[in-house]
Design a protein around this ligand. Structure first.
Ligand SMILES: [Zn+2]
Length: 283
């Protein structure tokens, strides 16, 4: 075991109630590409914004066409070593809350229970008018039924259940509306340019306050909605450790940085024998 692995194990040992913040680096082993390179720069065109999605019909056609082709990658993704290790650490009583910036649901699939999906879930669709939520898998059937020729396309998988379908004419793509009220359907995720629901942020900050330290896993923290938790932890004097390949926006705030593949580093950590954290006495 190298020095940073020992330091990481010590960090977890000293701080029994962790607030864990995860990002795309947790899911790349599961076949879900990430948006950024190790410098935290965009690898690809930036994702669709809320304003473009809700304001432009052509953007919605393009979004759902790409989503139709990209969905199977997302639907078939299985948890990787990092997801499993974090579920194990939670079962060992080391994690107060796992806040993920990922929308793939793979922490839940791995068995983590104390999770908050900061940016929502791609496996759910929400009607923007009547707020009805339905499984994304159901919409896939409808998208395929309306667009059989598109359903035959294969394309390179892109982040968040998207696929690269450049240079096509999306005008003929038929986007379904809400079957209940005719409203606009949107994946139940927080798009760029959209705010995270207030109660979700408040619950996460409450968990941060109750924690001893923060562990960042597989995130460059370039998006403010995640970065602010690290900022708040630093302001409150809570130490922050990060396991991430490459630069993070919070590098100068970190008490410990482990630059290793997250699956490997976390699996080693979870395989240690963790004593149950001491519980306050009840009378
Ligand atoms: Zn509706």
């Amino acid at each position: 075991m190298d020095a940073t692995s020992t330091a990481l194990a010590d960090f977890v040992q000293r701080h029994p109630r962790l607030f864990v913040l995860t990002g795309a680096g947790c899911s790349t082993d599961s076949g879900i590409p990430d948006y950024r390179d190790t410098n935290g720069e965009w690898k690809r065109p930036s994702p669709v914004t809320y304003q473009a999605f809700t304001g432009e019909e052509t953007t919605r056609r393009r979004y759902w066409a790409r989503s139709l082709v990209g969905w199977p990658t997302m639907a078939n993704a299985r948890p990787g070593a990092a997801h499993r290790a974090l579920a194990q650490l939670e079962a060992a009583g080391r994690i107060g809350l796992l806040l993920t910036q990922n929308v793939d649901g793979l922490h839940d699939a791995a068995g983590s229970r104390s999770t908050v999906d900061l940016h929502g879930r791609i496996d759910t669709v929400r009607c923007m008018a009547c707020d009805t939520r339905t499984p994304r898998a159901e919409l896939q059937v409808e998208l395929r039924r309306r667009n059989p020729r598109w359903a035959e396309l294969e394309a390179r998988a892109a982040p968040d259940g998207d696929a690269d379908l450049d240079g096509r004419d999306f005008a003929s793509f038929d986007v379904p509306d809400c079957p209940r009220c005719g409203g606009m359907l949107k994946p139940d995720v927080v798009f760029f340019g959209e705010s995270v629901p207030k109660e979700r942020v408040a619950a996460s900050f409450a968990a941060l306050e109750a924690s001893d330290a923060v562990l960042v896993v597989g995130s460059s923290l370039m998006v403010y909605s995640g970065y602010r938790f690290v900022q708040a932890a630093a302001q409150a004097g809570k130490p922050v450790a990060a396991v991430n390949l490459g630069r993070t926006r919070a590098d100068e705030l970190l008490a410990l940085k482990v630059e290793r593949p997250v699956g490997e580093a976390l699996a080693e950590l979870a395989d240690r024998r963790w004593p149950a954290p001491s519980q306050p006495h009840r009378i």
